[in-house]
Design a protein around this ligand. Structure first.
Ligand code: CMC
Length: 443
C-alpha cells in the first residue's frame, strides 16, 4: 500500500531511513540530520542557495500556483479583488484573514486614516536628505527611523501592539512616500487630507499645488488602487523573506520593515519596473526589437520585466495591468512605450528561447508604463511598490511572530575555506603577491 514517506538508503553505511512526507510533498530538512556515518557525524543537510526549493514557513496568506498562473490572497483570486475590491479592503483581508463587513471596514478605514500624519521631526529628518536623494533610499531610512518614534512597538508579543503598528505603518507609508517625492522636487510637503480615499489622499500629497482642495481624477485614483491591490502581497518573495528573517531576531516591526524596503530596492525585485522602462526606452522603436531579442538570447543582457522565480506561466498581475494601461491612457494620453512593450511581448512569446525558459512578462513589465503615464518619475517606482506591500509585510511578520515553529532565522553553511592554520607575525607572512591574490577574491 502507498505510504506517505520517503525511503533513503545511505550507501556509505548501508543503513536505510524512512522520512515522513507531509502536506502532500514536503520533507523536513531536519530529518536528514539523522542520516550519519557515526554518532559524532553532524548528519546530512540540504544545500539550497537562494531557497529555490526550500519552504521557510507555513503560511495562510497568499497562494501562488506558478505553473498555472494563479495568485490568491487568503483564497480570493487576484482578478476578483482587482475588479471588485479596493486597496484598504484588500489590506484588511491580507492582514486579518477575512473580508470585513461594513462596520469593520469603516472602523479599519478610520483606524488607518488617523495614522496618516507623521511626527514633525520625521518631516525635519527628511529635510536633511540631499536634494538629489533617491526617494526609495529616503523611504528606507525613514521607515527605520519610525522605530525611534514608537518604542511601544518593541512589544511584539502583544496583539494590540502588533495591530497598532500595522495600522500605523499602512497609514504612514503614503505620507512618507509623498514627502520623499516632494523633497526630490523641492516642493513643500503636503499634509494628509483624510476626506479623500487612501489613494486619493496619496495623490493629493504628491500633486497638490496652490489649490485649496485637491480633486483626484477618479480613473487614475482607481488605477492606483488596482495597482496597490496587485502589489499587496506575494508570499515568500525577497522582501517578505527579509521582513521575516530580520523580524525573527525580534526587533520592532519598523526595523524589520526597513530591511524589507531595502530588499525591495534592488533591480531584481521592486527596482525591476524602472529597469523594464529603461529597457523599453533603450529599444526606442518597434523595429529595434529583434536586435534586443538577439542580445538577450546571446546572454548579453536580461529582458527586465520578464521571468519570475515562481511563475512559469503568465503572471496574472501583468494581464490585469496590460488592460489597465489602456484605461489610464484615456485620461493621460498614450505612453508610446506601450507599443514597443506589446510587440516585444508578442515576439518574445513566439521565440524558442523565451518559450523554453518559460519567460513571460511579470508585474513589472506594464506597471512602469502606467506609472510613467501618470507622471511619476522612475525613481518613484519602487516606492509605489513599497506602499501597498506594507500590508503583506506586516501580515507575514505577524504570522511569523505567532508561529511556534519559528525561531531566529539562521541558515547553515557549507564551509569551503582554509582548515586550521596559525597566526604568523606580520613580517613572516606570505609575499604580497600571493596574499593579494587571496585577499582580492574576498571583495
Ligand atoms: N531575460 C532573459 N533571460 C532570463 C530572464 C530574463 N529576464 N530571466 C531569467 N532568464 C533565464 C536565465 O538566463 C536562465 O537561463 P539558463 O538556465 O539558460 O542559464 C534561466 O532563465 C533561469 O534564470 P534564473 O536567473 O536562474 O531564474 P531565477 O528564478 O533565479 O530569477 C528573476 C528570477 C525574476 C530574478 C529573473 O527572471 C530576472 O532577473 N528577471 C528580470 C528582473 C525582473 O523582471 N524582476 C521582477 C520580478 S517580478 C516582481 C518581484 O517579485 O519583485
Amino acid at each position: 500500500m502507498a505510504k506517505n514517506s520517503l525511503s533513503i538508503v545511505d550507501n556509505r553505511t548501508g543503513k536505510s531511513y524512512e522520512i515522513p512526507i507531509e502536506e502532500g510533498g514536503v520533507i523536513r530538512a531536519s530529518a536528514l540530520r539523522n542520516i550519519k556515518t557515526s554518532p559524532e557525524d553532524f548528519g546530512l543537510m540540504s544545500y539550497d542557495p537562494a531557497f529555490t526549493n526550500t519552504a521557510s514557513c507555513r503560511s495562510k496568506i497568499t497562494f501562488i500556483d506558478g505553473d498555472k498562473g494563479i495568485l490568491r490572497y487568503r483564497g480570493y483570486p487576484i482578478e476578483e479583488l482587482a475588479e471588485k475590491s479596493n486597496y484598504l479592503e484588500t489590506a484588511y483581508l491580507i492582514v486579518k484573514g477575512e473580508l470585513p463587513d461594513r462596520e469593520h471596514y469603516q472602523r479599519w478605514e478610520n483606524n488607518i486614516k488617523i495614522h496618516t500624519m507623521v511626527h514633525e521631526s520625521i518631516k525635519q529628518f527628511m529635510q536633511g536628505y540631499r536634494y538629489d536623494a533617491h526617494p526609495m533610499g529616503m523611504l528606507l531610512g525613514t521607515v527605520g527611523a519610525l522605530s525611534t518614534f514608537y518604542p511601544d512597538a518593541a512589544n511584539i508579543n502583544d496583539l494590540e501592539s502588533r495591530r497598532l503598528q500595522t495600522r500605523r505603518l499602512i497609514g504612514k507609508m503614503p505620507t512618507l512616500a509623498a514627502f520623499a517625492y516632494r523633497h526630490t522636487r523641492g516642493l513643500p510637503y503636503v499634509y494628509p487630507d483624510n476626506d479623500l480615499s487612501y489613494t486619493g489622499n496619496f495623490m493629493s500629497m504628491l500633486f497638490k499645488m496652490t489649490e485649496l482642495k485637491y480633486k483626484p481624477n477618479p480613473v487614475l485614483e482607481r488605477a492606483l488602487d488596482v495597482l496597490f491591490i496587485l502589489h499587496a502581497d506575494h508570499e515568500q518573495n525577497c522582501s517578505a523573506n527579509a521582513m521575516r528573517s530580520v523580524g525573527s531576531s525580534q526587533p520592532d516591526p519598523y526595523a524589520a520593515a526597513a530591511a524589507a524596503v531595502a530588499a525591495l530596492y534592488g533591480p531584481l525585485h521592486g527596482g525591476a519596473n524602472e529597469q523594464a522602462i529603461r529597457g523599453l526606452m533603450e529599444i526606442g522603436s518597434v523595429k529595434n526589437i529583434p536586435d534586443m531579442i538577439k542580445r538577450v538570447k546571446n546572454r548579453e543582457r536580461r529582458l527586465m520585466g520578464f521571468g519570475h522565480r515562481v511563475y512559469k506561466n503568465y503572471d496574472p498581475r501583468a494581464k490585469i495591468l496590460k488592460k489597465l494601461a489602456y484605461e489610464v491612457f484615456e485620461v493621460t494620453g498614450k505612453n508610446p512605450l506601450i507599443d514597443i512593450a506589446v510587440e516585444l511581448e508578442r515576439i518574445a512569446l513566439e521565440d524558442d528561447y523565451f518559450v523554453s525558459h518559460k519567460l513571460y512578462p511579470n508585474v513589472d513589465f506594464y506597471s512602469g508604463i502606467i506609472y510613467q503615464a501618470m507622471g511619476f518619475p522612475m525613481t518613484m517606482f519602487p516606492v509605489l511598490f513599497a506602499i501597498p506591500r506594507t500590508a503583506g509585510w506586516m501580515a507575514q511578520w505577524a504570522e511569523m511572530v505567532r508561529d511556534p515553529e519559528q525561531a531566529i532565522a539562521r541558515p547553515r553553511q557549507v564551509y569551503i575555506g582554509e582548515q586550521l592554520r596559525h597566526y604568523a607575525p606580520i613580517d613572516q607572512r606570505p609575499k604580497p603577491t600571493q596574499r593579494e591574490d587571496a585577499v582580492s577574491e574576498a571583495i
